[in-house]
Write a protein that binds this ligand. Structure first.
Ligand SMILES: Nc1ncnc2c1ncn2[C@@H]1O[C@H](COP(=O)(O)OP(=O)(O)OP(=O)(O)O)[C@@H](O)[C@H]1O
Length: 506
């Protein structure tokens, strides 16, 4: 046996009902290796990762760690074997404090005479955080639910590293991060690699996979189709291997002009503030405009999107729809929908989809008034037709429209979350990271679709942490920093460059 091989799967298979998620997968990992794992949505990456981490049980085949049979029945078995995972979904308990989440299961170490020493748990948690994040501020006694999705992922990484893993699996963790946290994560990965830890790095951001990893495994339809060296590989090579056809290297819109209707403002935000989130924000969105909002983690851009849609309370300022002569004040999301506004949240699983409802119910929910016939009667047949159209529109991989969303792969859940708004045909779309977790083929399609919507005079606020996306799609780009909007507005005609934009972010 190769001494360097730390871990192997041999002929591992897994089916979920009729869906064959993994088909005789042979995978091996060396010590101190960073392995990228890429493939289209639903190709089996997370299933493989979760089998290795003891979260999902395999149907057949075997796994070896250091040459010995490894057959985890639960995640604790993986911990004991020094395998840790940060899953796509949240792995934390929302109602517990950060400290309790970090030290869950280790309370015994802090118990004296039956009493848990809260102060000591908090102190230990602070030290764990400091070791990785240095000066990043977390109040360890606060409930984790008060923190952003990105912050929660940071806490999960710290928790995973605390187990001193020999194998660390990151399932689309970096894809959820803004630039500053991505850099932080990559520094951590390189550091632990040098200490001999092997990393399985799942991502849809191919350029980053090439940059960060040593080797890459490509999956398609539950099988490994190739294992390659990351050196000397281009993003285009990999995209082609992944989807099995050539994809243009630049899949953003091709025009270089800001081409919206400058005379027609459809949404005017003036001096809008929300305590602790953003301050004194003013901007206008025009008919047919893609207005991009970018910034580092915690800059307030996601909260701004939420507030416009009516999901976050504002303290001062106004949101005005000039075309309708309507002010939105203390408004609910229902009011926003009625005014033709759509909102795709960043946190897919807790806000974007109803996991325990069917694909059909998820897609039709915000459009029932449109599906309804004049008699107020909703025809089940019309609902089915509507949902099936949505599934086709974004090639959602699902057994059928009655499948619950919890059984879909992460990227396919994201497609459900987005397509329900595309199907409603709103005038204004606020989209927070719409392409997060979707594969390159669908990404290209979504960009085309956004461009089409723009040409149909729809207006889009595109919130994104990906600079290339901001530059590639925006008519204008606004940057937020620490809750404030920068004065500088980047205009498409001037061909803004990444370095220039970063200067305003940091
Ligand atoms: N709990 C489940 N119940 C039913 N089907 C499932 C379940 N988990 C995964 N699947 C199916 O298994 C297949 C592989 O899914 P998996 O999540 O492994 O894909 P993935 O490559 O990680 O996709 P993504 O890039 O979208 O995250 C998909 O068709 C998915 O619908």
């Amino acid at each position: 046996m190769d001494e360097n091989i730390l871990f192997q799967t041999i002929n591992v298979s897994k089916s979920f009902g009729p869906v064959r998620a993994l088909n005789n997968v042979d995978f091996s990992l060396q010590r101190g290796e960073i392995r990228g794992l890429i493939g289209e949505n639903g190709s089996g990456k997370s299933t493989l990762a979760m089998i290795i981490a003891g979260i999902v049980l395999k149907d057949g085949g075997k796994m070896l760690k250091e040459g010995k049979e490894y057959n985890p029945k639960q995640i604790q078995d993986a911990f004991k074997n020094k395998i840790a995972i940060v899953t796509q979904e949240s792995g934390l308990i929302e109602d517990l404090s950060i400290a309790n989440n970090l030290l869950l299961g280790r309370e015994k170490d802090f118990t004296v005479n039956g009493f848990i020493k809260v102060k000591e748990i908090n102190e230990a948690a602070n030290q764990m955080i400091y070791k990785i994040l240095k000066d990043k501020k977390f109040k360890v006694e606060e409930k984790i639910l008060n923190y952003s999705f990105e912050d929660k992922k940071l806490i999960e990484i710290i928790k995973a590293l605390y187990q001193n893993p020999e194998i660390l699996i990151l399932d689309e963790t970096a894809d959820a991060f803004s630039r500053d946290n991505k850099n932080l994560l990559w520094d951590v990965i390189r550091k632990v690699k040098n200490e001999g830890v092997s990393i399985i790095y799942i991502s849809h951001t191919i350029s980053e996979v090439v940059e960060v990893t040593d080797t890459i495994t490509i999956m398609r339809d539950g099988e490994i189709i190739d294992n390659i060296d990351s050196n000397n590989r281009t993003e285009d090579d990999l995209k082609k291997m992944m989807v099995g056809r050539e994809l243009k290297s630049n899949y953003y819109r091709e025009d270089n002009q800001a081409t919206f209707n400058k005379e027609k403002v459809v949404l005017k935000v003036e001096n809008l503030s929300s305590k602790d989130a953003f301050h004194d924000i003013s901007f206008s969105l025009h008919e047919g405009e893609i207005l991009c909002l970018g910034g580092l983690s915690g800059c307030g851009m996601s909260q701004l999107g939420k507030a416009i849609f009516g999901l976050l309370k504002t303290d001062t300022g106004t949101i005005y729809l000039p075309e309708k002569n309507k002010y939105l004040k203390n408004h609910s999301p229902v009011e926003s929908i009625n005014q033709g506004i759509a909102y795709l949240p960043r946190d897919r699983d807790s806000e974007g989809v109803m996991l325990l409802a069917s694909v059909k119910d998820n897609i039709t929910l915000v459009s029932l008034d449109r599906i309804k016939r004049k008699s107020s009667f909703i025809s089940p047949k019309d609902e089915v037709t509507f949902a099936e159209k949505g599934v086709k529109e974004l090639s959602i991989k699902t057994a059928n429209i009655n499948q619950f969303c919890i059984g879909l792969s992460g990227g396919n859940r994201q497609k459900v979350s987005l397509v329900k708004w595309l199907m409603r045909e709103c005038e204004i779309l606020i989209l927070d990271c719409p392409t997060r977790g979707v594969d390159v083929g669908i990404k290209a399609y979504i960009y085309q679709k956004l461009h089409q919507l723009k040409l149909q005079k729809k207006s889009i606020i595109l919130i994104s942490e990906e600079l290339t996306e901001l530059i590639g799609m925006g008519d204008r780009i606004l940057i937020m920093k620490e809750g404030n909007l920068c004065q500088k507005i980047f205009i498409r005609d001037e061909r803004p460059r990444e370095e220039e934009i970063i200067n305003y972010m940091i």
